[in-house]
Design a protein around this ligand. Structure first.
Ligand code: F0G
Length: 462
């Protein structure tokens, strides 16, 4: 018998209720933290709070700046620093934090040259505590899971959610259950979940199969679901946009480009942009564009084949395993965000992803394959004329380079596209830097050095 939501800790059940708005029928209701779908139409809920609209933008900007200089408490979190736009926990002691957020905004000089976009930036969410953007959402959702008295939290994952959830559960004194597709997530992400103490189940199915099973499980067992249909997750992920705008001195970029998988992150960023515009923190909306891998492109197809009216799901296949998702839960939220901000939705090939990842690596920052779709997508949107070179563009890099070392090693060794149509493509050769095995002599190393200098005298990786 699993302990119920509260019995293990012996604490009183949380009576806290929150205001939710249905993204389908628009009805607003108050209910507890565990309701994710509208009782009337079944669509996903999002959190809303009327107090958000009565804030003074100038006062908020200086308050948030001041908090950045503080050296203790929840202001050390780049998420809770923006708590005026987050649901409020019963007390600060409830907050489960690993000092997430506070991620850098980098210039990308080499990619700027390649794309001819001088004002090109990367918001590197891979520099969060567990190496991905999930931490910004997890601190909020784990906080409310703990406040509601849950003993178990659970997620289906392509890897990053599970790593993040396991860490925050451990930090918050909860147990975590992870459902991942067997053989289809990187070892690096799986090893994180193990180290943080999750009960990890590798299921013989894909991500979509894991998520389906989890939906059934939460109806039968007192576990709290921490996938991105959990609206508290998305509230935390909103802060990426607040922090980004602060880093740009509240001058909105023209474009923000994100990878699309289960489509929670694009929904969260879009929600934040609309809230910031409504309260007067920014004068206009950036266009938010979503990029998918060609083999995992349900949103692209939903828009092209069904005008965004019904989900066209796919059997997903891509080496960017983080976004290997064919049946995204938050597709309706993402469609609304694209419409509200005027953004585009595009797909990129495996070859384009591999090249873009190498180019971001050559900037000295690196990212995981799923994040690299943003640069690949930007190139495509430039060719289409949707993005103009003189515009300001921000790529959201969602995961750390170290999240998928197998991909990187196979790329550099030339094995990544073995037995695929891209096998013979020489396009990527100039990006490869395979390790060189040598005798341990000075001569051998000097010779290799000279050869490297000869073959690349301009000292340029790209
Ligand atoms: N980039 C990375 C590195 C991811 O891990 C994910 C999703 C995405 C992009 C897509 O974000 O789902 O909000 O559209 N990873 C999930 C996981 C699904 O289980 O880790 P999304």
């Amino acid at each position: 018998m699993l302990p119920s939501a509260t019995s293990e800790k012996g604490s009183a059940p949380s009576q806290a209720t929150f205001r939710f708005r249905c993204i389908g029928c628009g009805s607003v209701s108050s209910s507890a933290a565990q309701d994710f779908r509208c009782s009337q139409c079944g669509n996903l809920l999002e959190i809303t709070d009327s107090s958000w609209n009565s804030q003074n933008p100038a006062a908020l900007k200086s308050l948030w700046r001041e908090r950045r200089t503080l050296n203790e408490g929840i202001d050390l979190s780049g998420v809770w620093r923006f708590r005026e736009f987050l649901p409020t926990p019963a007390s600060e002691q409830q907050i489960v934090t690993l000092r997430e957020g506070n991620t850098p905004l980098y210039e990308l000089p080499q990619s700027s040259r390649i794309t001819d976009v001088p004002r090109l930036y990367a918001k590197h969410q891979g520099l969060n505590p567990t190496g991905s953007f999930k931490d910004a959402g997890m601190t909020v959702a784990a906080t409310f899971a703990r406040q509601a008295g849950y003993h178990w939290v659970a997620c289906a994952s392509t890897g990053n959610t599970s790593a993040s959830m396991a860490a925050y559960a451990a930090r918050g004194g909860m147990r975590s259950l992870v459902l991942v597709p067997e053989g289809k997530i990187s070892w690096s992400k799986l090893s994180q979940a193990l180290d943080y103490g999750a009960l990890t189940c590798q299921l013989r199915t894909d991500f979509d199969g894991c998520l389906r099973l989890l939906q059934e499980l939460v109806r039968r067992a007192p576990v709290y679901q921490l996938n991105s249909i959990n609206p508290f997750r998305l509230e935390g992920q909103k802060t990426l946009a607040f922090e980004l705008l602060e880093q740009l001195d509240w001058e909105p970029p023209d474009h923000i480009i994100v990878p699309g998988g289960n489509l929670g992150n694009s929904s969260a960023i879009g929600k934040a942009l609309l809230e910031m515009r409504d309260v007067g923190l920014i004068p206009r909306l950036p266009k938010l564009s979503v990029i998918q891998a060609e083999g995992a492109n349900p949103l692209v197809r939903t828009l092209r084949e069904a005008g965004g009216k019904r989900l066209v799901s796919v059997q997903a296949e891509t080496r960017a395993t983080a976004i290997r998702i064919g049946n995204p839960a938050s597709w309706e939220k993402a469609v609304k965000v694209l419409q509200a901000t005027g953004g585009a939705c595009e797909q990129v090939s495996e070859l384009e992803i591999a090249q873009a990842k190498a180019e971001i690596g050559a900037e000295g920052i690196g990212c995981e394959p799923a994040s690299a779709v943003t640069l690949a997508g930007l190139k495509k949107l430039l060719r289409q004329g949707f993005v103009k070179p003189e515009e300001t563009v921000v790529l959201v890099l969602t995961g750390n380079l170290l999240k998928d070392p197998d991909y990187t090693m196979e790329f550099h060794r030339g094995d990544l596209f073995k037995d695929t149509p891209y096998e013979q493509s020489a396009k990527l050769d100039r990006f490869r830097h395979p390790p060189v095995v040598l005798d341990a002599t000075l001569d051998a190393v000097i010779k290799t050095l000279e050869q490297a200098e000869k073959s690349d005298p301009t000292h340029s990786n790209v």
